[in-house]
Design a protein around this ligand. Structure first.
Ligand code: FE2
Length: 219
């Protein structure tokens, strides 16, 4: 009669381990947006353009209403090329939205303008977030808001900010709140990037000191 060799405990453990490896379920990671933020189970709200960010509430208007105040055509392409080159040099990634290249209707983009990357403008939920990019010496003109309450965070560079006539200089890492009714302007000292978090951005709630902008100073 043939002797069958007994299964050793070590061999049994190895066999179970091999089966587990074979049947292992590989957990897929959640997809990442370009900005490195997990989308999780959230609906795809802001896939292509910050201009689409709207709740659709009655009387609501899309960001495309700002087209009048934007740089267009080849000049826009050239500006965005320079902007992205600087952002790449900083090692940053902007959200995957269509940038808004503002010149405020003054057609002097190098002096009065900026590039905005809107992350969200959720009017019903009550929040807004956007990145503001300034070239060296470029200013967002003096303005105030009746409703919008903003807080600025300087991500890169240095900005000169004038608040109700008082000048302050903020560097990367600095925070500056801007309550409604406060007049403010900011100018890049070198290229600069700010994160603006705020209550919703509303048309007709942007009141500029320069009355050539918008409708007698109002956008
Ligand atoms: Fe503002």
């Amino acid at each position: 009669m043939q002797n069958r060799s007994p299964v050793k405990p070590d061999d049994a453990r190895k066999s179970r381990s091999a089966r587990r490896l074979k049947n292992r379920v590989v957990r897929r990671r959640l997809p990442l947006r370009a900005g490195g933020v997990s989308t999780g189970n959230c609906p795809p709200l802001h896939r292509s353009s910050g201009r689409d960010v709207t709740t659709g509430e009655p009387g609501d208007r899309l960001m495309s209403d700002y087209d009048t105040y934007e740089v267009a055509g080849a000049a826009r392409d050239e500006i965005l090329f320079r902007c992205r080159r600087q952002i790449d040099a900083w090692g940053l990634t902007m959200p995957p939205v269509t940038p808004i290249v503002l010149q405020f209707g003054l057609n002097e983009f190098d002096r009065f303008g900026l590039v905005e990357f809107w992350i969200a403008n959720e009017k019903q939920a009550g929040y807004c977030g956007k990145f503001l990019f300034l070239f060296d010496g470029q200013a967002c003109p003096a303005h105030r808001h009746a409703k919008k309450h903003e807080t600025f965070f300087v991500v890169r560079g240095t900005v000169r900010i004038v608040v109700d006539g008082r000048e302050t200089v903020k560097n990367a890492g600095d925070i500056l709140p801007m309550p409604p009714g406060t007049e403010h302007s900011f100018t890049g000292r070198g290229p600069a990037l700010l994160l603006e978090v705020s209550s919703p951005c509303l048309l007709d709630d942007n009141f500029f000191a320069d009355k050539r902008i918008g409708a007698n100073g109002t956008i």
